[in-house]
Design a protein around this ligand. Structure first.
Ligand code: AGP
Length: 613
């Protein structure tokens, strides 16, 4: 997720673009850059790090007086967060400048074609490939709008592209597929932004764009076409948010915004994971198939929510690869004198990539000659830097302290790792792996279905004043119960505890009393033995007065007689059910905390990244 700004009008573009980037910096802060049309040339500057680094560079070397420009704040996906990979990227002749948000899935084959034609690319990014392709079209005589249409027809994946042509100061041209872009409509000026925060101080008139559209903005107006050049249009609307709401896309909290971003985050984390032949590819794996085939034990280490993602991963990895998996709290790992060797793969899961407990644990593992693979959402952070391999999630920056999209995209990365190991070790046939990948590709829509059912909001508000809540789950639903309890602890500051449902009768059932809320994650149909045992647990607590709130697969009527409240889940395979089952629990915690008047984004006593042991 990056921040993008485009401007053409009567004002100095540099000031408008820089201010717009400042409003969008929450979308990404690995690097920042700007490009202006300057009398037949492109004046540009870019710097790794926060926007302030770019601003300092511009003060040191003023750019140009120009009324046409683009800018970018980066959240790194492909390529480390450094100056070379920062946007904008230029074409071979420096005539075209481009900024980009998203992932171009087929950039490797496009890059190979360019290099075979003699192009030299200075960065590791997919964006630079698109910049070279666009400039080739300009050099062939196309205008920027036509060039954008032609190149977009060759790209696969999710992308927002915004470009300028040094020889044509009259326009900025952009395109979008599965990635945000909105137009700001002014008088004698027009704007482009990843969201309305980029231009809300200049205009509240906006144009929403559809899928696969190219938009050209000039001082005089805005025109929209399809990728094929056919006339099209956007939907005009008035923005009545203030700036703070605009940064949260109209939501009250970043956390709530991030919960609703989960379908996109999951889809982005799945992009580019399959070769044209359908085989799995993990581009930063850096461990050979031979090394992976040598793995005979996996130890997953993590903290908090990431630890619960690791617990889900255990079920998937063991089922698909038959490799034994241990899941260990990072803060406990090195003190238990773990048994490690070169055939042990240590998997470190961390959204921030900076958690001290996890970092110290992987350092210990490497001293024991184990190979370390990181699953991380922050490109270039310490944990992936000190690991042998990494699978990056593509959730975009997670601002809310309570992790949500970070968790779901960690699950996706864990499933990908499990399937990749199964592919390498041959423990699953190719068609079996393809079947699961196809199921994963359908998960964003299932998650959206859960998000569309807002009944959980009223349910949460009913629990204002509740002092204790229990969460029950079995199999892959057990880590979901633990995560649901953690969300409630973190946000509503009340006693919440997750249990393996089968464990209840061994003591915790003594906690059950009249009207105690118990949220139960019910396994999907088809796993009847598992469901029957879950049903027993629900009956046990209900018989003792509990208020049972059951998360149940649609069409499963067997639970109804024992549920005080039913929350319906889409039909998905048992190993993938955490991707949908956790979402109502996230919404429940967020809404109850809001009703209690808590600061949901900055809960008391917590930090987004715990960099102390
Ligand atoms: C989750 O909501 C919490 N913010 C916390 O448990 C977090 O998951 C944990 O600190 C691990 O952080 P990491 O994923 O950045 O390593």
């Amino acid at each position: 997720m990056c921040g993008i700004v485009g401007y053409v009008g009567e004002k100095q573009a540099q000031a408008v673009v820089i201010e717009g980037l400042r409003r969008l910096e929450y979308r990404g802060y690995d690097s920042a850059g700007i490009a202006l049309v300057d009398g037949g040339a492109v004046a540009w500057q870019k710097r790794a790090g926060k926007l302030a680094n770019l601003e300092k560079a511009i003060v040191d070397e003023p750019l140009a007086l120009s009324t046409t420009g683009i800018g970018h704040t980066r959240w790194a996906t492909h390529g480390a967060p450094n100056d070379a990979n920062a946007h904008p990227h230029l074409g071979r002749g420096g005539r075209l400048a481009l900024v980009h948000n998203g992932i171009i899935e087929n950039f490797v084959e496009l890059r190979t074609g360019l290099e075979n034609a003699g192009h030299e690319l200075a960065s590791e990014t997919d964006t630079e490939v698109a910049a070279h392709l666009l400039e080739l079209e300009l050099d062939a005589g196309a205008d920027l709008t036509t060039a954008m249409q032609r190149v977009c027809c060759r790209l696969e994946g999710a992308f927002t592209l915004v470009a300028i042509d040094a020889t044509d100061p009259s326009r900025v041209v952009a395109a979008r597929r599965n990635s945000p872009l909105v137009v700001g409509l002014g008088e004698g000026e027009n704007f482009l932004g990843s969201d309305v925060a980029a231009f809300i101080e200049h205009t509240r008139e906006a144009l929403e764009l559809g899928q696969d559209q190219v938009v050209t903005i000039t001082r005089e107006g805005v025109s929209v076409t399809g990728f094929d050049g056919s006339p099209s249009e956007g939907r005009r609307y008035h923005v009545d948010w203030d700036l703070s709401a605009a940064e949260k896309d109209g939501h009250d909290w970043f956390m709530r915004k991030e919960i609703y971003e989960q379908p996109r985050a999951v889809a982005d984390s799945l992009l580019g994971r399959r070769t044209p032949s359908g085989a799995l590819q993990l581009d930063e794996m850096r461990l050979s198939d031979e090394e992976l085939r040598d793995i005979d034990k996996i130890i997953i280490i993590a903290c908090g929510t990431s630890f619960y993602a690791g617990m889900v991963a255990k079920y998937a990895i063991e089922h698909w690869t038959r490799i034994p998996v241990e899941v260990e709290l990072a803060s406990e790992f090195r003190y238990r004198d773990p048994i490690l060797n070169a055939s042990t793969l240590v998997v470190a899961i961390s959204q921030s990539g900076e958690t001290a407990d996890t970092l110290q644990a992987i350092r210990h593992a490497r001293l024991q000659r184990s190979r370390v693979l990181a699953i991380c959402n922050t490109n270039g952070s310490t944990i992936p830097r000190e690991s042998d391999a990494v699978i990056y999630t593509h959730a975009g920056p997670e601002i809310g302290v309570a992790s949500t999209k970070g968790f779901l995209t960690q699950l996706v990365a864990c499933y990908l790792l499990a399937l990749y190991l199964a592919q390498v070790k041959g423990t699953r046939f190719g068609d079996e792996i393809t079947e699961v990948m196809d199921q994963l590709d359908s998960m964003p829509a299932h998650i959206q279905t859960v998000l569309d059912d807002e009944a959980v909001y009223a349910l949460a508000r009913e629990h204002v004043g509740t002092r204790s809540v229990l969460f029950l789950g079995r199999h892959a639903g057990y880590p979901v119960a633990l995560e649901g309890a953690l969300k409630l602890k973190e946000l509503a500051y009340l006693h919440a505890e997750g249990f393996a449902a089968g464990e209840l009768k061994h003591g915790p059932i003594a906690l059950v009393e009249d009207r105690l809320p118990v949220l139960c994650v019910v396994p999907p149909q088809g796993r009847d033995q598992l469901r029957d045992k879950m049903l027993s647990g629900i009956q046990e607590v209900r018989a003792r007065g509990a208020r049972t709130i059951c998360l149940v697969e649609e069409g499963d009527e067997s639970i109804e007689p024992y549920a005080d409240v039913l929350v319906r889940l889409p039909k998905v395979p048992v190993l993938l059910q955490p991707l949908v089952a956790v979402v109502p629990l996230q919404l429940f915690a967020c809404e109850l905390a809001t009703a209690l008047g808590h600061d949901v984004d900055q809960p008391r006593n917590l930090a987004k990244s715990v960099t102390v042991e």
